[in-house]
Structures are given as structure tokens and as C-alpha cells.
Design a binder for this molecule. Structure first.
Ligand SMILES: NC(=O)C1=CN([C@@H]2O[C@H](COP(=O)(O)OP(=O)(O)OC[C@H]3O[C@@H](n4cnc5c(N)ncnc54)[C@H](O)[C@@H]3O)[C@@H](O)[C@H]2O)C=CC1
Ligand SMILES: O=C(O)[C@H]1O[C@H](OP(=O)(O)OP(=O)(O)OC[C@H]2O[C@@H](n3ccc(=O)[nH]c3=O)[C@H](O)[C@@H]2O)[C@H](O)[C@@H](O)[C@@H]1O
Length: 561
């Protein structure tokens, strides 16, 4: 008796589906698309059947041919046809030509501009609740400073790149929705000071659910706790009023760094796409997103993974990068005690190909919106899983960063005869790194507060950070002790000391001899980024403190005093 196998059944099913949809399409033209899809499906299965028969003849293996109809050897047929039947699904999802991104910030803006630039066939709309931000994206004064960004935006804006506050229209129109909203550390409630605040994410998901009338691929671009996709899926499914709308969730964490975003996006080390690769829809959704990136990223750099691995990889990458900085900063403290030079140590260990040279610059501390937030979040997740020792390990990376900032302030105060009361301290740089105007979690905030506590008057200059931003970061009370200058010469005139907080290239080109002349003596330089020519400064007459470098004899004696 002929037993109906999976492969036989699928052949009959395809045949039936095609006939039905074909007949329906004669009555209702809108069914023609489905008829086409089922036709492709049937075709693919028939091709497989023919191949199996042909192969069976060549190899004299009747069992392979029988596999089409009988249970003896169905795998060959079944797996081939399975792959080919993904094809129609692939067509549905891969050909998307309209994407939207919720969140027009440091990630949403540049990443979408790059997709628009590299994929002229895709219409990209970036939406945000913040009207001011959207207006800025639509103006000549972009809301973020990022080298090369202006050119990319100008090349596509109004063609296939649009910025809008009309979230509803953008969500309705898009086949694929990137979510790139902020995920800061929770300030109150359960997990405050550690857990990620997913309020903005959840509200974006609720909007997607409310306004979607067709299937969507939802892409997590924001950095989120591992297993967020699971929670988001629940929100989407329970809140979508439209029957039959399907959401495929992907994790596509962003690895760009501010200041180099355009280069990072143009040639990323890797693009990571996590999805439910254990099922056909998940695989097809992953493939569709891979296709977008394949327009400019070499295929071998596009990695796929399961959802949870992708989500966790992002937190882990940031934690590991920050951990390298805390490690070298810890060594910088030891260098100062022993006469070793941290730059020489970094160089020597970086030559080991297993360690590598990057992220080994000692500094006054890492800043930025993500490192601290993501480590705290990672540690909190560990705590929630009862892994206290693992959590403590990661907390210590943040602890070392705090120590480095405090240590820097202590050096400033102790070097200047244990008092900086009413002394003018020129602070060069406020951004958390060069080539950005971003000040989130910048070490300059803590250092400035530390020096103000000791009575200092701070004269601040940063080439990209406006006074209003400093005011927001420091607060009105602290601003009584801070004056912001638009020219470095004004900040430096009559200063007792200079502190370098950001590694802006222009600081290296200043006429330090002329600066020395207009400063009070002894004139101090505290280089929190190790960017200046310290030997040259000493030769001019400055008392120089540089992180992790042999200590100037003047400072040693001041400490002893
Ligand atoms: N800043 C960076 O360099 C990187 C950030 N990330 C991650 O990307 C995410 C976004 O970061 P940023 O772009 O820096 O944040 P951001 O704060 O600059 O931008 C987020 C934007 O989302 C908007 N928004 C919030 N809720 C919204 C909603 N429901 N509908 C519409 N718009 C909404 C906000 O108004 C804001 O403009 C975070 O999870 C961050 O951890 C990842 C890699 C790099
Ligand atoms: O998730 C994120 O937000 C991003 O966080 C970092 O990017 P970003 O914070 O923009 O800038 P980094 O170049 O990593 O610098 C972070 C901080 O570390 C400091 N740093 C960096 C390198 C180093 O050797 N020493 C050091 O002190 C920088 O001055 C800065 O304050 C990561 O490098 C990105 O891959 C990631 O996508």
C-alpha cells in the first residue's frame, strides 16, 4: 500500500493551493498574487521531484526516486523542496522598498542615512516625537555633529530619506521598522540605577501594534537587555487590533562609535542579525535584512545568530571594550607609583596579537551614553539570574572608572598645594570624546563637580559643546562656578592650570609657549587624555601631570607637603 509521505503531502498541498488560488483569482483579481506565490511553490517542488528522479536513474538508486512518493528515503526530496519553498516567502519579505526608523538620535539618524545612501531603491523615513530634532534633521544644522554626516544626509534627503514626526503614517507604510529609541538606565523603581528603562521601547512597540495594518519586520536597533524581543512580541501581539497581522522580530544591534559613525557604517567590522532562525518566517526575515546590508557590506561580514545571542553580544561587546579601558586605567595608577609609563606598557602589550592595540589608551575615564549604562544593565541581568559574582565582576569595571575620575581630581588639588579655591582652572574639552558634541556621561562632568567642590572657578572651552548643554549637564548651582568661552585663548588667560578633558586634535596645535606666558605661575597642565607633548611643555616651564606617566619631581614634593 502506498503510504502518503510528508513530501507527497506537500506536493499535493501545493497543487491544491495553486488550483484554489488560481480559480479565486479569476473571480477576485487581488488573489492573483497568491496564485503566483503558490505557482512558484508548486514549481519548486516539481523541479525537486524531477531532480530526484534524474539522480536516482544516474545513481541507480530507485530509493531516491521513491522518496518522492514513498517513505523509504524522503530526506533528499524533502530538504531540497523545503529550501525552495522558502523562495516565495523570501520574495514577500526580501523585496521591501519602504523602511522606517523610530528614533532620530545618534543611531537612528546616521544609520538610516547610510541605508538611504547605499540603497536608493528603498524609501527611508525616520520619525521622532521630538519636533525640534526633526526640524533640525530637515535643516542645514543637523542635530548631531558627526564628521561626514552632512554630506550623506544632503545626498539623500528629499529623495529617498525623509524625517518626520508623523509616526503613524510612517509605521503604516513601512514593511520593515527599525526601533532606535533611547534605553537609558532606570532612575526610579525596581532596578533603579542599573536596569535598562524600556519605557520608550514599549511605547514605540504599542504604537507599531496600534497602527500596523500589514505584516512588519521589527528590528531592534536600540541596545536592549537579552530576551527583550520576547517581551516586545507579547506587546505587539496583544495590542494589534488588526486580525492576521504578523510581526517578525529581529535583533540588529548597532556597533558604531560616535565621532567615527560614518566610517563605521560604511565599512563595519560586522553586521549582526539575530532572528528566530529555527523557523521559516524568522529565516526569511533575517534574509531580507541581510539583503539590505548586502548592498554595501561584504557578505562575510554579515553574521546571523539567534535572537538572544545577538541581544547579548551587544551588551558583551560594550562591556569588554569598557573593561579594557578600566584595566589600562588601573595600570596607569600603578605606573605613577613605580615610574613605568602607561603608553609604553600599552604599546608593548598591544603588540601581542591576542591582545591587540585598540582601546588601550589610559584616560580620565570612559564616558558616553552607553558603556556605563550597558555594563550596569549586564550586571543587573546577572543579578536577576542569581549570578552575583559575575555581576560584581562587571560592576568593578564601572567602579574603576569612577576611581579614575576621583583620582584625577585628587591629583589636581594635591599638586596645587592642596587648594584650588578661587583658582581659575581652564577646562579644555567637555564632550565625552573628540569629534562629537555629545556630553552624555562625559567624565568632564564629574571632574568639574569635584573641582567646584574644592572651590575652583572653571573656564570652559569645547569646540562643539554649547553653553546650554553644559548648563543642562552641570545644573544651575554649579554654573555659578563655570564660565563657558567660545575662544580657547579667553579660557586660558590668567588661568592657574589647564585640564585636558577631551582629546580634540586642535588642542595639540595650540601655541603652548604663548599660553604659558598668559598663565599664573607655576603653570600646571593636567592631561587627562595624554595627547600633548609633555616633554615640550616641561621644557617651556609647565608643571605637567599626565595619566600613568612618571611623576614630575615638583608634583612629588607638592604631594609630600
Ligand atoms: N549613541 C551611540 O553611539 C549608540 C547608541 N546605541 C543604542 O541605540 C539606542 C539609541 O541611542 P541614541 O541614538 O544615542 O539615543 P538618542 O537619545 O540620541 O535618540 C533616541 C530618540 O528616540 C526618540 N524617541 C523615544 N521614544 C520614542 C517614540 N516612542 N517614538 C518616536 N521617537 C521616540 C527620542 O525623542 C530621541 O530623539 C540606545 O539603545 C543606545 O544604547 C547603540 C550604538 C551606538
Ligand atoms: O553602544 C554604543 O553606544 C557604542 O559605544 C562605544 O562607542 P562610543 O561610546 O561612541 O565611543 P568609544 O570610542 O567607544 O569611546 C567611549 C569612551 O571610552 C573612552 N576611551 C576609548 C578608548 C580608549 O582607549 N580609551 C578611552 O578612554 C573614550 O574617550 C570615550 O569616553 C563603542 O565603541 C561602540 O562600538 C558602541 O556601538
Amino acid at each position: 500500500m502506498v503510504k502518503i509521505t510528508k513530501s507527497t503531502r506537500s506536493l499535493f498541498l501545493s497543487c491544491g493551493s495553486f488550483s484554489l488560488s488560481f480559480s479565486l483569482s479569476l473571480l477576485f483579481p487581488c488573489c492573483a498574487f497568491f496564485a503566483f506565490v503558490f505557482f512558484l511553490s508548486l514549481l519548486s517542488r516539481c523541479v525537486c521531484a524531477c531532480v530526484c528522479v534524474r539522480v536516482s536513474v544516474c545513481l541507480e538508486r530507485p530509493d531516491l526516486r521513491l522518496g518522492v512518493l514513498f517513505p523509504s528515503q524522503p530526506q533528499v526530496f524533502f530538504s531540497c523542496s523545503h529550501v525552495l519553498t522558502l523562495f516565495p516567502l523570501f520574495i514577500i519579505t526580501s523585496s521591501f522598498n519602504s523602511v522606517c526608523c523610530i528614533g532620530a538620535g545618534y543611531v537612528g539618524g546616521p544609520t538610516m542615512a547610510m541605508i538611504a545612501l547605499k540603497c536608493p531603491h528603498i524609501e527611508v523615513t525616520v520619525v521622532d516625537l521630538n519636533q525640534q530634532r526633526i526640524d533640525a534633521w530637515n535643516s542645514d544644522n543637523l542635530p548631531i555633529y558627526e564628521p561626514g554626516l552632512d554630506e550623506v544626509v544632503k545626498a539623500c534627503r528629499g529623495k529617498n530619506l525623509f524625517f518626520s514626526t508623523d509616526c503613524e503614517a510612517a509605521i503604516r507604510a513601512a514593511q520593515c521598522i527599525f526601533v532606535s529609541v533611547n534605553t537609558p538606565t532606570k532612575k526610579t523603581g525596581l532596578g533603579k540605577g542599573k536596569a535598562a528603562d524600556l519605557t520608550y521601547w514599549e511605547s514605540a512597540a504599542r504604537n507599531i501594534a496600534a497602527w500596523s495594518t500589514s505584516d512588519k519586520i521589527i528590528v531592534e536597533k536600540s541596545t536592549v537587555p537579552v530576551r527583550t524581543a520576547e517581551a516586545i512580541e507579547k506587546v505587539l501581539l496583544r495590542n494589534c487590533p488588526q486580525e492576521g497581522v504578523h510581526f517578525d522580530i529581529l535583533s540588529n544591534p548597532e556597533f558604531l562609535a560616535e565621532g567615527t559613525a560614518i566610517d563605521d557604517l560604511t565599512m563595519p567590522d560586522r553586521v549582526l542579525i539575530g532572528g528566530k532562525i529555527e523557523n521559516d518566517r524568522g529565516t526569511a526575515a533575517c534574509a531580507a535584512l541581510c539583503e539590505v546590508y548586502a548592498n554595501w557590506v561584504p557578505k562575510e561580514r554579515i553574521l546571523t545568530a539567534n535572537l538572544w545571542s545577538a541581544e547579548l553580544s551587544k551588551l558583551t561587546a560594550n562591556a569588554m571594550l569598557a573593561q579594557r579601558i578600566s584595566s589600562i586605567n588601573a595600570i596607569s595608577a600603578l605606573c605613577e607609583c613605580t615610574g613605568a609609563d602607561v603608553s609604553q606598557v600599552s604599546f608593548a602589550i598591544g603588540k601581542d596579537s591576542r591582545i591587540g592595540p585598540k582601546f588601550l589608551n589610559a584616560s580620565v575615564g570612559f564616558g558616553g551614553s552607553c558603556f556605563q549604562k550597558d555594563i550596569l544593565n549586564l550586571a543587573y541581568i546577572c543579578e536577576c539570574h542569581g549570578l552575583q559574582e559575575v555581576a560584581d565582576y562587571w560592576y568593578s569595571v564601572v567602579g574603576m572608572n569612577d576611581y579614575q575620575k576621583t583620582r584625577f581630581v585628587r591629583r589636581v588639588v594635591s599638586a596645587m598645594f592642596n587648594t584650588i579655591r578661587n583658582k581659575k582652572i581652564a577646562m579644555l574639552g567637555f564632550a565625552f570624546k573628540k569629534d562629537t558634541g555629545d556630553t552624555r556621561e562625559t567624565p568632564a562632568i564629574d571632574v568639574a563637580h569635584g573641582m567646584i567642590e574644592d572651590g575652583a572657578k572653571i573656564a570652559l572651552f569645547d569646540p562643539q559643546v554649547p553653553e546650554e548643554q553644559v548648563r543642562m549637564d552641570m545644573g544651575e548651582e554649579a554654573m555659578k562656578s563655570i564660565t563657558c568661552y567660545s575662544k580657547p585663548t579667553e579660557a586660558l588667560k590668567d588661568a592657574h592650570a589647564v585640564t585636558i578633558m577631551t582629546e580634540w586634535d586642535e588642542f595639540k596645535t595650540y601655541d603652548w609657549r604663548a599660553i604659558y606666558e598668559v598663565m599664573h605661575k607655576p603653570a600646571f597642565v593636567f592631561d587627562g587624555r595624554n595627547i600633548l607633548d609633555h616633554a615640550h611643555l616641561s621644557e617651556i616651564g609647565f608643571i605637567v601631570y599626565a595619566l600613568g606617566k612618571p611623576i614630575d619631581p615638583f608634583l612629588k614634593s607638592a604631594e609630600g607637603a
